[in-house]
Design a protein around this ligand. Structure first.
Ligand SMILES: *[C@@H]1O[C@H](CO)[C@@H](O)[C@H](O)[C@H]1NC(C)=O
Ligand SMILES: *[C@@H]1O[C@H](CO)[C@@H](O)[C@H](O)[C@H]1NC(C)=O
Ligand SMILES: *[C@@H]1O[C@H](CO)[C@@H](O)[C@H](O)[C@H]1NC(C)=O
Ligand SMILES: *[C@@H]1O[C@H](CO)[C@@H](O)[C@H](O)[C@H]1NC(C)=O
Ligand SMILES: *[C@@H]1O[C@H](CO)[C@@H](O)[C@H](O)[C@H]1NC(C)=O
Ligand SMILES: *[C@@H]1O[C@H](CO)[C@@H](O)[C@H](O)[C@H]1NC(C)=O
Length: 655
């Protein structure tokens, strides 16, 4: 019966969508402008106020874009705001990808078909708790580049990227029959130390040259004069951002300081907040979100709900804050739609508020997608990472006297193995150290094939080692995500300064760039050597594990979404059928389960789970397994002495 109901529901939805498409995808040119007399936007001559929500297409599988946008539309929103992460589309200079999950044009088309206008935030910097705030790591090829400034090399790269992107966006402008009503330039530039007006002037000219004179260009900054000082500039309409519980009058007074007339706009109204590994999961009550939303709508303001759905930092895409604290894989954000697109109490609370001001579309809301608990999957050990080096290091090792960074090794994400030898006998425990705190961000250390400890940026800069002169020392260094906010976004990865042993600087490094994702998706990892000695109790060598499960075709409507849980595993990376789901770290928390979207699962072949466990798998004392459950856990008690001191909603505190 339930399934029938869902089927009927989706047929109605399909019908609704067809109707919507008929009404909206005509592509007749329109007009969209600022009205400084009436303090509002004007769309095709009519007064227009948007209630928008943020969805980052880069955090949601393409097959779910329509579902999420439709849920947004049915809540009564009339606009969607999205960032374009530069590094998601240009992984090497001049190499672009706009297909599949990266097909931003398709996302824009869907928004338009559903009846949402679009507020586009193409950067070049986006912040967004996204690796390096969306800037490509290869910009760091120039060691002393000043990002987000008039630095000539930075500007050259920006000009080329925008020369590719903005002409693609131009047909989607409202004036040209598309959905894009406004375009943001840069992002919260007033929070950045550089305060380079020439840079902002350059971007303004660049955007105008590609998009024309008509489109409304705007900036967004914290709702305080100190932010607006360097963030707002003539020719770009200044908007502000602030969260629930703020004094709405005072916040918009700040915007009025920069824009005495024109529409009031909160470009980021925080429906929840971000998380960090090792600090409690952020939760914001629906009541306070509804209260402040109501206050803003009552004064006629335009609002964007950040986030409407947060989604997932798949793969290696999470960012980090400074002092170094990486964000977890889930970007649930305690948003009105969960990471998996589920309807929440907050969704309906927001709908209730909007109802008081605007007509809500009639018809069914797409239901929460069902989840399925596939159960327990046995895992067996494959090779250790160092045994698999030949498979993983396609380009072969690089040798140098002192360690090189990821970027020098031409690798952006993931893991690099640094290898050297003990120069002297260390019969007693001898400190192996990164005196300048240059392990970015975590190193799994072994001596002669025995795991001996972990170094961690800002937390553990020294461990003791013992061994004979000539013993092999391996440091597998993990890039846990680049800082995305503040003055240290030029976040080099790997060993970014020298390692010492006692008083000596270690030299003679051999470094292996690792193409782990390719090896996993091509199934190249072999089984473990049966002669492996049993690992010591506390720590074992980073190694791969594999398991598979079959989805029964006797059950209708599978595959469905699910969550993977790794009980008793410590920290690592997990792939399903070659798709990199992201990092797991249940021993640090608060995230315990990872979202597994149905589209990566198969009913035609066994589903392959690959795990790279960095610390210790629970397999040494017997069989080990992972588990697929129907319930997410994002709020476990955190196991860390690391306190991320912050008040909610105040980005100042992240500086
Ligand atoms: C482009 O991105 C899509 C979506 O992530 C991916 O499937 C595809 O393999 C990428 N193409 C290239 C050439 O890397
Ligand atoms: C909010 O800010 C306004 C303008 O600064 C001020 O007059 C008012 O007293 C504030 N309200 C509260 C509750 O603090
Ligand atoms: C290293 O060993 C020395 C001598 O045993 C000890 O004093 C020191 O605390 C140890 N350091 C670490 C980081 O374990
Ligand atoms: C390591 O030390 C040497 C000698 O002092 C220095 O030239 C080099 O720049 C250092 N390398 C790094 C990565 O800090
Ligand atoms: C899982 O791996 C096996 C071979 O190891 C392969 O035959 C199968 O197609 C893979 N499953 C999927 C869904 O790719
Ligand atoms: C986690 O969230 C669930 C569901 O909201 C709640 O029942 C549980 O008490 C929370 N656990 C912790 C440790 O906060």
């Amino acid at each position: 019966g339930f399934i029938m109901f869902v089927r009927l529901g989706s047929m109605l939805l399909l019908l609704l969508l067809l109707l919507l498409q008929f009404g909206h995808s005509l592509g007749a040119p329109g007009s969209f402008s600022l009205d400084y007399q009436k303090d509002c936007f004007r769309k095709d001559g009519e007064e227009f106020r948007y209630i928008s929500g943020s969805i980052h297409y880069s955090r949601i599988p393409r097959v779910y874009w329509k579902d999420r946008l439709l849920k947004m539309y049915m809540a009564g929103l009339n606009a969607v705001q999205t960032y374009i992460p530069w590094n998601y589309h240009e992984d090497f200079p001049g190499r672009y990808n706009f297909s599949g999950d990266r097909d931003v044009e398709y996302f824009l088309q869907l928004a338009q078909d559903i009846g949402l206008v679009v507020i586009l935030r193409p950067g070049p910097y986006i912040c967004a708790e996204w690796d390096m705030g969306g800037l490509p790591a290869w910009l760091l090829n120039k060691k002393d580049i000043v990002l987000r400034s008039s630095d000539q090399d930075y500007i050259t790269a920006v000009d080329e990227w925008m020369g590719k992107l903005l002409p693609m966006m131009k047909p989607f402008l409202y004036q040209n029959g598309g959905p894009i009503i406004t375009v943001q330039v840069e992002n919260e530039y007033g929070s950045y130390f550089a305060c380079d007006y020439n840079y902002m002037r350059h971007l303004t000219k660049l955007f105008r040259s590609h998009l024309g004179e008509e489109v409304v260009l705007f900036t967004t900054d914290g709702a305080g004069l100190s932010f607006l000082k360097c963030g707002s500039i003539q020719g770009l309409y200044a908007t502000v951002d602030f969260g629930p519980g703020s004094n709405v009058t005072a916040a918009f007074d700040a915007q009025r300081h920069a824009e005495p007339r024109g529409p009031l706009v909160n470009s980021e109204f925080y429906t929840g907040w971000l998380d960090h590994w090792g600090s409690a999961h952020s939760v914001v009550s629906s009541a306070i979100v509804a209260k402040t939303l109501n206050e803003m709508l009552a004064v006629g303001a335009n609002v964007n709900l950040y986030m409407f759905i947060g989604g997932t930092n798949f793969g290696y895409w999470n960012g980090a804050n400074d002092p170094y604290g990486a964000q977890p894989t889930s970007y649930d954000y305690d948003a009105p739609l969960t990471e998996a697109g589920d309807l929440t109490e907050k969704y309906f609370a927001i709908q209730e508020v909007i109802k008081m001001y605007h007509k809500i579309p009639a018809g069914p809301i797409p239901p929460t997608t069902p989840k399925y608990a596939y159960g327990t999957v046995g895992m067996k050990k494959l090779q250790t990472l160092s045994d698999a080096l030949e498979t993983l290091s396609l380009s072969g090792p690089v040798k140098s006297k002192y360690p090189q960074t990821f970027i020098e090794l031409n690798q952006a994400f993931g893991y690099v193995l640094y290898r050297t030898t003990l120069p002297v006998n260390c019969n007693t425990p001898t400190p192996l150290s990164s005196p300048l705190n240059g392990v970015h961000d975590r190193a799994y250390v072994s001596v002669d094939g025995v795991a001996v400890g972990i170094l961690e940026r800002n937390k553990v800069i020294t461990i003791n080692v013992t061994g004979k002169a000539g013993s092999q020392v391996d440091l597998l260094v993990e890039n846990m995500g680049r800082i995305n906010y503040g003055k240290n976004i030029n976040d080099f990865k790997g060993l970014v300064s020298n390692m010492t042993l006692g008083k000596d600087t270690l030299t003679g490094w051999t470094m292996y760039s690792l193409s782990i994702d390719d090896a996993v998706s091509q199934g190249l990892l072999g089984e473990t050597k049966p002669t492996d000695p049993p690992p010591p109790p506390a720590l074992s060598l980073p190694a791969f594990y594999k398991g598979s499960f079959i989805i029964p075709d006797s059950i209708p409507d599978l595959p469905q979404d699910t969550y993977i849980k790794l009980p008793k595993w410590k920290k690592g990376q997990v792939w399903i059928n070659g798709f990199n789901l992201g990092r797991y770290w249940p021993t640090r928390g608060p995230q315990v389960t990872l979202f597994v979207p149905a589209n990566i699962l198969s009913t035609a072949a066994p589903n392959n789970v690959t795990v790279l466990e960095l610390e210790e798998a629970p397999c040494s004392s017997g069989p080990c397994s992972v588990e697929f459950t129907a319930t997410p856990i994002l709020n476990a008690t955190v196991q860390s002495d690391y306190k991320w001191e912050r008040r909610l909603f105040i980005k100042d505190d992240l500086l």
